[in-house]
Design a binder for this molecule. Structure first.
Ligand SMILES: Nc1ncnc2c1ncn2[C@@H]1O[C@H](COP(=O)(O)OP(=O)(O)O)[C@@H](O)[C@H]1O
Ligand SMILES: [Mg+2]
Length: 222
């Protein structure tokens, strides 16, 4: 708010003043981000596995909202977020916060490692068959450097980062671990497909109805 009013102040404020506020704004966001990530991690490490709080909602709308929240970062990193592959009106039973955590992590990675290019976000439901219940597939595709085959599993472990861009990119190397813990807590999983040099696609698969899936597991019918 301060920054917005400083920008439109009349008479105009000195440019150093605005630049200082911008730095403060970025530092605060970075700090909040990291504190949030560390909190998620410490809960999981302390032996509180992710327990989904399941409700019925329109996932397509949630995904579009999550993408909209990332627009300021996208602008800063010169990324265009493409939402055309989000199928409309996918409704099911999941944990809203959990889906948000997973997608925020994947989208922020895609923007960070694939800065300056297009990031595509997709969502579709996969049909029910006699052997599988309905599933949801979400994906985030970037045009960054991609991930070497030998790193593709390792990056999902705690505090693991791939390649040589660690320091420059910042981060703790826990985002994907948290995202996978949350996806598995909902009875799903995350994997990556990547050809080094040709970007990366992170794919999340979740049951269409997390509550039904988990109760089937308990009674041994799944
Ligand atoms: N979209 C991506 N493109 C290339 N490398 C990625 C991408 N997402 C994740 N990685 C690699 O996986 C590592 C782990 O990711 P993550 O757990 O989110 O940690 P962080 O982003 O804090 O480094 C990253 O350090 C990076 O090496
Ligand atoms: Mg990350």
């Amino acid at each position: 708010m301060l920054l917005r009013s400083a920008r439109s102040a009349d008479p105009p404020l000195p440019t150093e003043f605005i630049a200082g506020l911008q730095r403060l704004d970025r530092a605060t966001r970075r700090f909040l981000n990291r504190a949030t990530v560390l909190l998620d991690v410490s809960r999981l490490v302390a032996g509180h596995p992710f327990r989904p709080d399941v409700s019925r909602f329109n996932l397509s709308e949630l995904v579009l909202e999550l993408v909209a929240d990332q627009l300021p970062v996208a602008e800063r990193l010169h990324v265009k977020l493409d939402t055309l592959a989000i199928k409309p009106d996918i409704v099911g039973y999941w944990d809203r916060v959990g889906v948000g955590l997973i997608l925020d992590n994947l989208i922020s990675n895609a923007m960070k490692y694939g800065a300056g290019a297009l990031v595509e976000i997709g969502a579709e439901s996969l049909g029910e068959t006699p052997v599988t219940d309905g599933q949801l597939r979400l994906w985030v595709r970037d045009k960054g450097p991609g991930i070497a085959a030998e790193d593709q599993e390792r990056i999902f472990a705690r505090f693991q980062q791939a390649g040589t861009n660690k320091v420059a990119a910042g981060g703790f190397g826990v985002g994907l671990w948290v995202a996978r813990e949350v996806a598995r807590g909902m009875g799903g999983d995350i994997r990556v497909e990547s050809q080094p040099g040709d970007g990366a696609t992170f794919i999340v698969v979740l049951p269409r109805d997390v509550a039904a899936h988990l109760s089937d597991l308990k009674t041994g019918t799944a």
